[in-house]
Design a binder for this molecule. Structure first.
Ligand code: NAI
Length: 340
């Protein structure tokens, strides 16, 4: 790759364990031979403490220019305080598709074998559309409004089918609660059925969200691609991470027509921040998804292969996954395998 072709990526290290796992990921990317230029920006608590703005205009401008970002987790205050920067970024750049793959890893202790699920979550609508207010005197009630549009439903279900086709997947399961939420979820289901009819090569079924949660726990190997709305996708993707041993191995891509943002599914892990024991795998795997997006598939393969070897051995696996290594020990192993 010549210098002129070297992609520039916006880097947001993030809060809590963010800087630790971002440093580890940059080392692993270099070891895997991925040549990238970084435009480092700030957001979240770090940006609040430095310039009192959780999402600075410079950060937005950088992503507008590079169209690709790698982001560590960002803290969001509960209840009061600023709105989630993660949600704001997804809405600003219309990153409508949140793709969260999970698969069992050889050697990592977990309850299941053969899990291999790609969860595709609609990322801009639903109850996360940001329409919330108190009702009545003295904050005696509150309401949050879920927005589901035909346009938003169609593009996310189509995204799931296109992904299924590209990845050689066999079945798409649409998850909803249309038995109770007959209008909003009913619309999502109706649109989904119409889109599914355009993909006769891929099997389609729909499932109510509560039953899905139970079936995922009972027989996760029966699921292939799941497509769902924002809130259910948020919850079920953590459940899916639990199926493969925890959040430490769960990456995510936030994709839109004009930008893509790659991150770990997990948060800032404030309970372990600064201790040097965080597992950087999820951000590394998100970086591998980013390399695929940038058509740097060879480096992505090397990085994934190196992570697989490092997590398979309990001497180099991190403690959250039952191993003995700290962040540095794990990252050293990944870098060595990626170079070799
Ligand atoms: P969390 O994911 O940060 O932590 C949950 C548990 O998993 C904790 O015990 C933590 O130590 C552990 N954990 C998470 N990632 C780990 C890693 N890489 N290695 C080892 N252990 C790990 O969830 P929590 O505590 O609910 O959220 C903390 C903050 O993160 C909140 O402010 C929340 O809003 C934010 N958050 C940000 C996200 C993002 O930026 N995409 C996503 C989820 C939460």
């Amino acid at each position: 790759m010549t210098n002129a072709q070297t992609p520039t990526v916006t880097l947001i290290r993030g809060d809590g364990i963010g800087p630790e796992i971002a440093d580890a990921t940059l080392r692993a990317l270099e070891a895997a031979g991925a040549t990238l230029r970084w435009d480092e920006q700030i957001a979240g608590m770090e940006a609040v403490s430095r310039i009192r703005d959780p999402l600075p205009a410079e950060t937005i401008a950088s992503i507008e220019k590079t169209r690709v970002a790698l982001k560590g987790p960002l803290a969001t205050p509960k209840g009061e305080g600023f709105r989630s920067v993660n949600v704001a970024l997804r809405q600003h750049f219309d990153l409508f598709a949140n793709v969260r793959p999970v698969a069992t890893w050889q050697g990592v202790p977990c309850r299941y074998k053969d899990v291999d699920i790609i969860l595709v979550r609609e990322n801009t609508e639903d109850i996360y559309a940001g329409i919330e207010h108190y009702v009545g005197p003295g904050r005696s009630a509150a309401e949050s409004i879920a927005i589901i549009t035909k346009y938003g439903s169609e593009r996310i279900v189509r995204h799931a089918f296109e992904l299924a086709r590209r990845e050689g997947r066999k079945t798409v399961t649409l998850v909803h609660k249309a038995n109770i939420l007959k209008y909003s979820n009913g619309l999502f289901l109706d649109v989904g059925k119409h889109v599914a009819a355009e993909y006769p090569d891929i099997a389609f079924n729909d499932m109510i969200v509560d039953a899905t949660a139970m079936k995922l726990v009972l027989a996760p190997e029966k699921f292939d691609v799941i497509v769902t709305m924002n809130l259910f996708g948020d919850i079920l993707s953590d459940l899916c991470a639990g199926l493969i041993g925890g959040l430490g191995l769960a990456p995510g891509a936030n994709l839109g027509a004009n930008a893509a943002l790659f991150e770990a599914v997990h948060g800032t892990a404030p309970d372990i921040a600064g201790q040097g024991i965080a597992n950087p795998s999820a951000l590394m795997l998100a970086a591998a998804m980013m390399l695929d997006h940038l058509r740097m598939g060879e480096s992505a393969k090397r990085l994934r292969g190196a992570i697989a070897r490092a997590v398979a051995d309990d001497r180099t696996r991190t403690r959250d996954l039952g191993g003995k290594a700290d962040t540095k020990g794990f990252t050293d192993a990944v870098c060595e395998y990626a170079k070799g």
